[in-house]
Design a protein around this ligand. Structure first.
Ligand SMILES: [Fe+2]
Ligand SMILES: [Fe+2]
Length: 369
């Protein structure tokens, strides 16, 4: 029903092709990179890059408000040229220092703006001082626009999908745990886990970004479950539980229909979305559903989402239960590991406690207006 995730990162490949093209006439451009901005958390995150040697900034993120020079570009919505980066070699910012330590002598930074909204940046670096002349900037601006547009188109398709699901949910009166900030928190927790495991499991920033956007769609199939079961306050009968479990298959059907309807076949990571929907109730020992997959046969993205989802469900208040403390929820995860949950994913979440708390504070139910 679904194919395994493709190893290559297609977006990165597109960027490398554009980089080769640019080098045809500007050979000293040794890096093009894209960082994306998340309005929910105010965080700027590395996304894709094409670099001649190494990648100085993989898995890097920072609060945009704390990187003043970039915040200025985002506010003014105007590109910036620095024709001699060597003057910044003693900078306090890790980001700037890492850039200067590479063979990057000058830079051109262009904000990605769509309908007045700031999306992120396209960075061009060159190995020569003074490389970004007016005519170079003029020509590169076209590439910056193109790269920005590719990103916007890609994520608009995902947003459309998320909006369609939200609407369908509202029509179906489905108002329990998937409303409020649960989805925001669990997708941020999924991202935290992926980011923590990035070096160990060789995960690209592109993988992590898609993981973040797709995590919130894990229970998309619940919109096809009858309200009397979905909204039932008391315990389920066996039959009701069996119907509830079909939300996984229904989810896959819905994704396939939406992908056809919205012509999203081109989305490079659609198989990752399918894996999340299909496998988020699988358990490491094979006792999960619907396929009873075991261990590493469960795609990593699904193992991550199941830890993030359960952790947030436990630590949230629901009509039928009080919110558990983080401590209690971690203890529960420990008890169910390695039988149900992946040990690496649980440990990753535990290592990121500070960030977990920050996300919980930022997306707290009480502050819904
Ligand atoms: Fe589910
Ligand atoms: Fe959930």
């Amino acid at each position: 029903m679904f194919e395994p995730p493709k190893k290559q990162d297609s977006f990165n490949r597109k960027l490398s092709e554009l980089h080769d093209e640019v080098k045809g006439w500007l050979p000293s451009i040794n890096r093009i990179a894209v960082a994306l901005y998340d309005r929910g958390t105010g965080v700027l995150k590395t996304f894709i890059h094409s670099s001649d040697d190494g990648s100085p900034l993989d898995h890097y993120q920072a609060k945009l408000a704390k990187v003043k020079s970039l915040q200025d570009i985002a506010d003014s919505q105007k590109p910036r040229v620095i024709n001699d980066l060597t003057v910044l070699k003693d900078s306090k910012s890790i980001h700037t220092r890492k850039i200067v330590q590479q063979d990057y002598k000058s830079s051109f930074t262009s904000p990605i703006i769509h309908n007045g909204e700031f999306f992120g940046f396209v960075f061009f670096n060159a190995s020569e001082v003074g490389y970004f002349t007016d005519s170079a900037v003029h020509n590169l601006s076209v590439y910056a626009q193109l790269i920005g547009l590719l990103c916007i188109t890609e994520f608009n398709a995902i947003r459309t999908l998320q909006a369609a699901v939200k609407t369908a949910r509202e029509i179906s009166q489905y108002r329990d745990e998937e409303t409020g900030f649960h989805l925001m928190r669990m997708s941020n927790f999924s991202r935290l886990i992926a980011l923590d495991l990035a070096d160990e499991k060789n995960l690209s920033d592109e993988f992590i970004e898609y993981m973040f956007h797709f995590a919130s769609l894990h229970d998309i199939g619940k919109i096809a479950i009858p309200d009397q079961i979905l909204l039932k306050a008391g315990p389920f009968s066996d039959e009701e539980r069996a119907i509830m479990k079909t939300h996984v298959e229904k989810g896959i059907e819905i994704i396939s229909k939406m992908v056809d309807g919205f012509q999203m076949e081109h989305l490079p990571k659609i198989s990752m979305l399918k894996n999340i929907v299909q496998c988020h109730h699988e358990a490491m020992d094979g006792s999960g559903y619907p396929q009873g997959l075991k261990g590493k046969d469960i795609p990593l993205e699904a193992r991550i989402v199941s830890v993030a989802d359960v952790f947030d469900a436990l630590t949230s208040e629901r009509p039928y239960k009080k919110a558990w403390t983080n401590e209690e929820a971690f203890t529960f995860l420990d008890e169910k590991t390695p039988n149900v949950f992946d040990l690496d994913c649980v440990n990753a979440l535990k290592r990121q406690r500070d960030q977990v708390e920050e996300i919980q504070q930022r997306f707290h139910e009480d502050i819904i207006g």
